[in-house]
Design a protein around this ligand. Structure first.
Ligand SMILES: Cc1cc2nc3c(=O)[nH]c(=O)nc-3n(C[C@H](O)[C@H](O)[C@H](O)COP(=O)(O)OP(=O)(O)OC[C@H]3O[C@@H](n4cnc5c(N)ncnc54)[C@H](O)[C@@H]3O)c2cc1C
Ligand code: FES
Length: 360
């Protein structure tokens, strides 16, 4: 590759994905198991950390090679970054954030990535279905949509166990106060009875149909974020109900059932891959059985990734020439796959040569 193999991340091209140490300026309790973390972005990095609502950042797990993704939940006009972290039982990073992180500490944060919100601009009646911590991207996107006067109505269906477990409850209420006629905010609770039986219980396809009939007007784009089973079920229900495929966008935070990537018969000598990343073009051999991302990381430590499980989409690139077979593709929409986009953490080449473009 044109970039030296062992260069520190800070010396790599400025316009590519990069990690920087950002200082925590505020930790605010959201629920008894979730906090909002505010990270200061120095003025010279503001352009690099500018983001579209719906994007996320990869955060380095301290003392480890691992990374975790967190959706950016700031409101329009904020220069800092804000993320909301919920404690996951046994979770390494989330326990660290809730138990030991303090203002003044720094986190290694990658520049924003992700395309969940790419379908939002131009919509006039978007709807968000968010379960648990899935409210984080929905909050940022709903706020941005409401700030746009051409947007007629925004619907947020927030699904939680109890009212006390709703992350960003105050921010959601503040949005409702600010835009009373344009925001349809509906809280559904699974473990607490509400006055309306319709809003008490799990949001399954039947309940979604009933909520839509009773409370939701026309919608021109759906954004679903929550547990895999719920998102998969509701997406199928919307499509079965005639909503076009391109109008339903999903984001998962975790895949409960991740199939191991198939390993195709690859040339015994491996595949010579030409890779464009952050404007630099170079070559690397993808060894038999290896995925494109792992091969690339040997020579380009700045290659973007987080989950390595086909969920976050941080490693997305476009295949310009040649072919790959992928394992999990949770983070790609059907039209992206059609256009040749792949998740390089899941991609095994099948031929002798391959060309992928991370900048596409
Ligand atoms: C695009 C994207 C955006 C995300 N945004 C947010 C966000 O805004 N707020 C937030 O709190 N989290 C978010 N996540 C999830 C986050 O990245 C971590 O997965 C989560 O915080 C758990 O990390 P951990 O180190 O605490 O747990 P780990 O130590 O990674 O996991 C502990 C155990 O729980 C399982 N597990 C991991 N994640 C989940 C999950 N989400 N649900 C169920 N089981 C799981 C693991 O397989 C493991 O068995 C997002 C993930 C993605 C891919
Ligand atoms: S690194 Fe998350 S999808 Fe590839």
């Amino acid at each position: 590759m044109s970039a030296p193999a062992a260069e520190p991340l800070s010396a790599l091209p400025e316009h590519g994905p990069a990690f920087h140490r950002l200082v925590v300026t505020e930790l605010r309790e959201l629920t008894d198991d979730a906090v909002a973390v505010r990270l200061a972005v120095p003025e010279d990095l503001r352009a690099a950390y500018g983001y579209q609502p719906g994007q996320h950042v990869a955060v380095g797990v301290p003392g480890d090679e691992e990374r975790r993704s967190y959706s950016l939940c700031g409101l329009p006009g904020e220069d800092d970054l804000r993320i909301g972290v919920r404690r996951l039982p046994g979770g390494r990073f989330s326990h660290g954030v809730l138990d030991t992180l303090r203002p003044g500490d720094a986190l290694e944060v990658m520049t924003p990535a992700g395309r969940f919100g790419a379908g939002l601009p131009g919509l006039v009646r978007p709807a968000f279905v968010a379960a648990g911590s899935g409210i984080t991207p929905a909050l940022a996107m709903a706020a941005a949509a409401l700030a746009d006067e051409t947007v007629e109505e925004v619907t947020v269906l927030a699904c939680n166990r109890t009212q006390a477990s709703v992350m960003f409850l105050e921010e959601l209420a503040a949005l409702k106060n600010r835009y009373p006629s344009r925001l349809q905010l509906v809280h559904l609770l699974t473990r607490e009875a509400q006055e309306s039986a319709l809003l008490s219980g799990r949001l399954d396809p039947e309940r979604l149909a009933a909520v839509r009939a009773a409370l939701v007007g026309p919608v021109d784009g759906w954004f679903l974020c929550g547990p895999q089973s719920m998102v998969t079920e509701l997406r199928a229900a919307l499509l079965a109900d005639g909503v076009p495929t391109g109008a339903v966008h999903v984001e998962l935070f975790h895949a409960e059932t991740a199939a191991p990537p198939p390993v195709p018969d690859a040339p015994a000598t491996g595949t010579l891959a030409t890779v464009r990343l952050a404007g630099l073009v170079g070559e690397v051999t993808v060894r038999p059985g290896e995925v494109v991302l792992d091969a690339l990381l040997r020579v380009r430590p700045d290659a973007p990734y987080a989950c390595k499980g086909g969920v976050c989409g941080t490693c997305r690139a476009r295949v310009v020439r040649g072919e790959v077979v992928m394992g999990a593709t949770w983070a790609l929409e059907p039209d992206e796959i059609e256009a040749g986009y792949v998740l390089t953490c899941q991609s095994h080449p099948t031929g002798e040569t391959l060309e992928v473009d991370y900048d596409a």
